[in-house]
Design a binder for this molecule. Structure first.
Ligand code: GNR
Ligand code: NI
Length: 189
């Protein structure tokens, strides 16, 4: 089932996710929903808090268009080693339409449980390493906007407010709020 992705600054996105104690069918159902929601939104990663679930679960697929897509699910992921630096223009499904340079480690080693509850270790670099850091940040209540300047963050906050107002104005039976959203859009631009 495709789930709704929360948009920053939704309060749940700032919360810490809890570790998964038992990997069972409910965990695997959550992972299936996360893959479906990520692919529907054209993302390369998704963390459970983005669909309102405060559990330490992330999914990744940095090559969704390739026939041999390397889709990975990680439960309780922990970065145990980091090396080097890389700057990359990051986006986030919870901050739609925005992208900013973020500095990350170039190479990471991550320990996690797979969908069978088996412990795994992966060392990787490139976009996958960036995505792993982006997703593990989500589990700590941290978004890419927390890595950029206050000025840029506050500009994005204003644009997210406008976006929220315009979405609410488009909902059925919200004819009155449409006028308000136009006013606030005018004020803040
Ligand atoms: O789809 C996504 N693209 C992306 C691009 C650069 C760096 C990180 C990402 S992750 C993002 C999906 C998302 O929001 N995951 O939490
Ligand atoms: Ni994100």
């Amino acid at each position: 089932m495709v789930r709704e992705i929360l948009v920053w600054p939704h309060p749940v996105l700032k919360e810490k996710a809890q570790p998964v104690h038992v990997v069972d069918d409910s965990t695997r159902a959550l992972i299936a929903d996360m893959f479906e929601s990520m692919h529907a939104a054209d993302g390369i990663g998704l963390a459970a808090p983005q669909i309102g679930v405060l559990q330490q679960v992330i999914v990744l697929d940095t090559t969704p268009r390739e026939p041999e897509s390397k889709a990975i699910a990680m439960i309780n992921p922990e970065i145990v080693e980091s090396d080097g630096e890389i700057v990359y223009k990051e986006g986030c499904l919870s901050v739609p339409g925005e992208a900013e340079d973020v500095e990350r480690s170039a190479k990471v080693t991550v320990k996690y449980l797979d969908e069978q509850g088996q412990p795994q270790t992966l060392t990787t670099d490139g976009l996958l390493a960036i995505a792993i850091q982006h997703e593990t940040d989500h589990l700590k209540g941290v978004l890419f906007v927390d890595h950029i300047s206050v000025l840029k963050r506050e500009l994005i906050r204003k644009r997210m407010k406008k976006l929220k107002n315009s979405i609410e104005a488009d909902k059925p039976g919200a004819a009155k709020s449409k006028k308000r959203s136009t006013e606030s859009a005018t004020r803040s631009s």
